[in-house]
Design a protein. Structure first.
Length: 214
């Protein structure tokens, strides 16, 4: 009788194991992600709803430690009306983060779910198209400028990896990205100055995407 029970338990264990995907302790996972940023502070007074995405790559060194890379592109909407009676202003802002990340993975009994926490650091590139047109003169004056600013920054992230198949994972991530210093002043020409309206950045957001394991 005991042998029959042991045999039954062994068969059940094998059957359940076959029903689960195997989570590798190592591996390379490139992916593509949709993302959202919510700007705060002075940046949040001017801009809202940063929507875009990124391409990423994760490498699991072992079952608990990983490193990664991401490059993204996010477009923000203008929150306030910058126009005045005699001045029309253009303001378009895009954020391009190019980051490295270090991640700590939390092993769980569920082999198809992998929680994680980590940090990211690197360059945050601000791309702006700004312009002014003065209409209160006999001859209208207009100025325009394309800015491409580099600022180093850091951030924190946490999330979950869900294994959808033997090769495909879904990545759900929440994040905070902080840039302590942005060069906010610029010149249209030697006589006309401008300011982008914020000199630092704290964005709260998230990503959802798919990763493919090699």
């Amino acid at each position: 009788m005991k042998k029959i029970i042991y045999l039954f338990c062994l068969i059940c264990t094998i059957t359940l194991a076959k029903g689960q995907y195997y989570r590798p302790d190592r591996g390379f996972l490139p992916g593509i992600n949709a993302g959202y940023f919510y700007p705060t502070g002075d940046m949040g007074k001017i801009l809202k709803n940063g929507i875009g995405g990124n391409v990423s790559a994760k490498y699991l060194i072992n079952k608990m430690i990983g490193i990664g890379f991401e490059a993204g592109y996010y477009g923000f909407k203008t929150k306030v009306n910058l126009n005045k009676d005699d001045v029309s202003q253009k303001y378009k802002y895009h954020l391009i983060p190019v980051l490295l990340e270090a991640t700590f993975y939390v092993p769980t009994w569920n082999r198809t779910t992998l929680p994680y926490l980590g940090i990211q650091f690197g360059g945050y590139f601000s791309q702006l198209d700004v312009g002014r047109q003065y209409t209160g003169y006999s001859a209208s004056l207009s100025f325009s400028k394309h800015l491409f600013l580099f600022s180093p920054g850091v951030g924190l992230h946490g999330g979950l990896l869900f294994q959808l198949s033997d090769k495909v994972w879904m990545d759900l991530k929440v994040r905070a990205d902080y840039v302590p210093r942005i060069d906010d002043a610029y010149e249209y020409n030697e006589y006309t100055q401008g300011n982008i309206g914020f000199n630092k950045m704290l964005n709260i957001g998230g990503n959802i995407g798919l990763l493919y394991r090699f």
